[in-house]
Design a protein around this ligand. Sequence first.
Ligand SMILES: N[C@@H](CCC(=O)N[C@@H](CS)C(=O)NCC(=O)O)C(=O)O
Length: 262
Amino acid sequence: MRELYHNAFSTCSQKVRLVLAEKGLEFVSHEIDLLGGGQHDPEYVKLNPNHVVPTLVDEGDVLTESTLINEYLDDAYPDPPMRPTGAAARHASRMWTQKLDHSVHAATGIVTFAIGPRVALLQQPEAVREANINSIPEPARRAARRSVIEHGVGAPEFAGAIKTMVGLLQEMDVALGNREWLSGDSFGLADAALLPYVLRLDQLAMGPVIEARPHLAEWLGRVQALSAYQVAVTDWLVAPIVELFRTQGEEVWSQVEPLTRL
Ligand SMILES: N[C@@H](CCC(=O)N[C@@H](CS)C(=O)NCC(=O)O)C(=O)O
């Protein structure tokens, strides 16, 4: 029995669903409503004390942290292998996932909440919104969430976060100049991990920052052509939220564009 607690739009959930799909592993789905505060439900917090998705429960083992979940999946279900075999290549693959965990993931949260779901959150009763923000366990993440909901792309955290994300795109474009995949010879853990972060910028109507980087744009096309992408990403997205992200992104693009120049 395999159960995944996740969210359709969450980057960390998408990266785990990509690995599950690539390995042909099915799961019982428990979607957590992140805007409604489902991640703070005491029953869920027993599984994931950090109040975040995803959580994988595999044959009774409770697994958190998306990068580690994906490494677990590759250890437990090695067919097809999703990490290179050489030690140096494996190190290079882990450098990408470490970059997400150290800086890019937090930056993506700032960029996303400053643009995408902000209007929906501002329409919630203030008491509900505040209760959900106050339930975020880490003070820094709590403060950043409050700031971007209040100030949008004008929040002091926003410019640095966008630079971190575009910096990642730039590094990927250079790396992909002489190879097709970040994980080695085939689509693997590093590719699955980075895809949702590139996609997020596309969803927020920042396509030009991707199109300006041809190797990155070709890689994105390659990932999107995989059947795992359809199963793990496209099939979960719901049109009204895709539309909300796009229209909100278009609305602020003139303010965001100057910040995307490195
Ligand atoms: N390091 C964690 C981060 C998980 C995380 O931040 N998940 C986000 C969605 S991508 C979440 O659940 N956020 C809840 C919230 O924003 O309150 C992981 O990789 O699993």
